[in-house]
Design a protein. Structure first.
Length: 147
């Protein structure tokens, strides 16, 4: 996958606030991101062990970042389809609110990968953090952003 040419020693370790307030907000608004280091992929078409090769970041990194369109489980429903060929991503715990300085806010959801089919899957060590913008309008804003 052809990506950005990164300079030697480049490290990409954004905070939750940077991921939501800069990267995700700019992506949903259709604005330019200074350095395109987060590819857009259909995340649930791949099993977790296939994801490192899809990243623009060095393969030795143990964290990878992707933009992914939401796939609905049912055409008129709000449930997200998180199934892959070999298993599924299951949400754990509650969503954590992330508040940014720029009056943008969102949520971080933690998911764990299970091999097999629900509800009999076997838990693995693969963990994913899913970020989404808040459905609430920002103060002084008339538009809502839904992801």
């Amino acid at each position: 996958m052809g990506g950005a040419s990164l300079p030697p020693g480049f490290r990409f370790h954004p905070t939750d606030q940077e991921l939501i307030g800069y990267y995700l907000k700019r992506k949903t608004d259709g604005l330019e991101i200074e350095l395109e280091v987060i590819p857009v992929i259909d995340l649930y078409k791949f099993d977790p062990w296939d994801l490192p090769e899809k990243s623009f970041l060095p393969k030795r990194d143990l964290e990878w970042f992707f933009f992914c369109p939401r796939d609905r489980k049912y055409p008129n429903g709000s449930r997200t389809n998180r199934a892959t060929k070999a298993g599924y991503w299951k949400a754990t715990g509650k969503d954590r609110k992330v508040v940014c300085q720029s009056s943008v806010s969102g949520y971080r959801k933690t998911l764990v990968f299970y091999r097999g089919r629900a509800p009999l899957g076997d838990r693995t060590d693969w963990i994913m953090h899913e970020y989404r913008l808040s459905d609430e309008p920002s103060p002084g804003s008339t538009n809502q952003v839904k992801t």
